[in-house]
Design a protein around this ligand. Structure first.
Ligand SMILES: [Zn+2]
Length: 354
């Protein structure tokens, strides 16, 4: 979830914010007792600025946990998460989306890990010093020489190597090179939606065979090919990008906030969206190719412009479990998909590092 970028825009997680995808009341209502907060830095940000921005987001996550010690805790390991669950405390894990903040420095990678960053999404939508991305894919032909060192270091640390957003070649390089299981925290199935950053059946199968994990993304554009294809929808989505960018540049400007909120309401009303059924279709497909032990949820809440119908925010999670039950999944299998599998793969990666 991209909640840290919202935290930095002064979102208060203690209250039920209208239009927010994630906050504590919504997590409680959705019976969600843990989340991975992604520290996302845009590909176009200069390296020093990206490092600074990532550090500030880490600080914001610690601040929110410190201010709510009875509600949530910054969490490093599955073992801690299990303990938190017993105590009724929400586990806040951190991951870093885009490797830019580590620049070309393994000591910086280790510093972020020591602060609690449990996974690194090697790239966002731009090739970087570590690897090629799905959106570009031109710089290295997969992993860079430094990227190979990053993979080895992450294996040694017990950090999760996240291949969502990377190019196909980067994916296969990591499958070959990594000594630990690898993950795709928020990706869908290319057989059902042709987006370049979705995973092919062969990739899903390889993740399963490597004892890894894929989390299905809720982004409508990764779920169906016909999302936003009507001209009026495409135009509105483009306008929405501009309104959101203006709000992000000046999050303290009341007019920009209002315009952004109005736009979010219009999007929900005026753009056709896939729903719970389509999310469940991707889960079914991923289970078929990767296996039931290797599939979960990578909602991308707070990082996506629009959500699927019926899953507008995290409080509505039950709708998806209900659909899976209807399709014949057992409660233990649903527990695996809703978080158990992600905790298990993280545990396996930690074990491999020892
Ligand atoms: Zn992402």
């Amino acid at each position: 979830m991209d909640t840290p970028s919202q935290l930095i825009r002064l979102r208060n997680l203690e209250i039920d914010n209208p239009l927010a995808h994630v906050d504590f009341p919504k997590m409680r209502a959705g019976k969600v007792d843990g989340a991975f907060f992604a520290l996302y830095t845009p590909a176009e940000m200069a390296p020093d600025a990206a490092t600074r921005y990532a550090m500030e987001m880490i600080s914001a996550v610690y601040d929110v946990a410190d201010a709510n010690p009875d509600v949530a805790a910054v969490t490093f390991t599955p073992e801690e998460a299990a303990q938190n669950r017993k105590e009724g405390i929400i586990s806040l894990f951190m991951g870093m989306e885009n490797g830019s903040p580590i620049q070309e420095s393994l000591p910086l990678l280790r510093t972020f890990y020591r602060l609690g960053v449990s996974y690194l999404t090697l790239t966002h939508n731009g090739d970087n010093a570590i690897a090629d991305s799905a959106a570009e894919g031109k710089r290295w032909g997969g992993l860079s020489p430094f990227g190979r060192q990053v993979v080895a270091e992450m294996n040694a640390l017990g950090m999760m190597i996240d291949l969502s957003h990377t190019s196909d070649q980067t994916f296969w390089d990591c499958i070959k090179l990594s000594e630990s299981p690898v993950v795709a925290t928020h990706s869908c199935c290319r057989a059902l939606c042709s987006h370049r950053r979705n995973l092919t059946d062969e990739m899903l199968q390889a993740l399963g065979e490597k004892n890894g994990y894929v989390g299905i993304n809720y982004n409508p554009g990764f779920l169906t090919d016909d999302f936003g294809t009507k001209p009026e929808e495409a135009a509105l989505l483009e306008e929405a990008d501009r309104v959101e960018a203006a709000f992000i540049r000046e999050p303290g400007n009341a007019e920009k906030v209002k315009a952004w909120n109005r736009m979010q309401e219009r999007l929900l009303k005026e753009v056709r969206r896939p729903g719970v059924k389509e999310v469940a279709d991707h889960i079914d497909h991923a289970v078929k190719w990767a296996g039931i032990d290797h599939v979960g949820i990578g909602s991308d809440y707070d990082g996506i412009l629009l959500t699927p119908e019926g899953l507008e925010n995290i409080s509505k999670s039950e709708a998806l479990w209900e659909e899976l039950r209807r399709r014949g999944y057992t409660q233990p299998q649903i527990d695996q998909i809703s978080g158990g599998n992600l905790m298990a793969v993280y545990e396996r990666i930690i074990t491999c590092s020892k």
